[in-house]
Design a protein around this ligand. Sequence first.
Ligand SMILES: Cc1cc2nc3c(=O)[nH]c(=O)nc-3n(C[C@H](O)[C@H](O)[C@H](O)COP(=O)(O)OP(=O)(O)OC[C@H]3O[C@@H](n4cnc5c(N)ncnc54)[C@H](O)[C@@H]3O)c2cc1C
Length: 394
Amino acid sequence: MHCYDVVIIGAGPSGATAAYHCAKSGLDTLFVDKSQFPRYKGCGGGLSEQAMSYLDFPVNDKVIERDVYAARIRFGTEAIEVQKPYRIAALVTRSKFDYFLVQRAIEVGAKFLENERVTELRVSDECVDITTNKKKLQAKLVIGADGSQGVSFRSVSDRLRRGEYAVGVVTENTADNSEIDKYIFNSVEIHFGVTTMGYGWVFPHEGYLNVGVAGIADKLRNPKKILTDFIRERGFHGQYRFHAHRLPIYGAVKKKVRDRIILVGDAAGYVDSFLGEGIAYAILSGKIAAGVCYEALQHNDGWREDFLKLYNDMCYEQFEHNLRYSLVSAKLMHRFPNLFLSLMASDENTVDRFLEIPAGRLTHRGYLQWMIPRLPSCLLRRTVKKMLQWKDIG
Ligand SMILES: Cc1cc2nc3c(=O)[nH]c(=O)nc-3n(C[C@H](O)[C@H](O)[C@H](O)COP(=O)(O)OP(=O)(O)OC[C@H]3O[C@@H](n4cnc5c(N)ncnc54)[C@H](O)[C@@H]3O)c2cc1C
């Protein structure tokens, strides 16, 4: 049986990027997905400037539906809108974006099997035996890019508990572009306080508004009702089809590699806990995993867990340590929601600086370092503002 250098399971952003870099470096590469592409993927479609900077190529204009320069942040009755002179993010429909990445990987020589589900992985001293619903495959190394509930994740790591992942429910609200422009144009709307450790959002796309809510699973009772209420409060009407998905927002999983297998993207828990952004880290971890596979194949014992742990170190250094600060912010929001979120929604500077994170100009650590010394004066300003409002009402 033919033994590939690398087989990648899953062709989302992490898998397609890993396939692209493996094939580009000359490895005999196959990537496999259970779906037929282009396939639907429930997601806000927010592609941060940072995420785009991790790609080797620009994203096609036909794939980008809108450029985002502004954000409208709401918390309860308070709202703040901040405009930036530069692009913060772009909005894409995932079926098109993911297919775009798949095509780039095929172009540089990766072989693609779609509509084929991987059902089992067996690791031996010689190779990994991969069973799909159609055939058997063999690889020297496997990159697990099939998400936080996938077969790769289960073969490396322990199950996530309900407090370790979020549930996101999303719907697409069809609308004329002129209506969308009037409602939101080149901004995104984010509503904190709708869920615990999460938020509600309205993102403008081509011919539809993407509306959703996400929050930590163990605190999220009836997310579909929360989304229905959220939609009504925005004044939208119509019949909606809801799609619910898991999002591993409680930090990277402890075990990301074992002999011959590396987990990337959602499978490794690489999601920004505060923003819920996963595409950037899916792309970057896919790229790092491909580099480690290349190195591993140059060494006799490169397939062993001890060698593959190089991947953990590289991810930690390049982005994982920053994601830990995002988790700190998310936990603060969880512990002191009124204080933290009302501060964000009541001071323009805090939102202005915050938008530099998706723009790739500031880290979560940098934001916390900037924010913490300002807390007392922010609090004082907020108290005075409230007192003046009461006086006006009186
Ligand atoms: C509601 C919601 C909204 C979100 N909004 C945003 C956003 O606006 N911006 C952002 O950056 N992130 C967002 N995310 C997070 C983002 O979607 C993920 O972090 C990202 O898709 C992870 O990429 P991935 O390649 O690791 O996994 P995925 O994109 O999930 O890809 C996994 C692939 O594996 C395939 N697969 C699964 N099992 C098997 C199998 N057994 N055999 C073969 N193939 C298999 C699947 O078909 C799929 O194509 C959102 C998530 C949710 C749930």
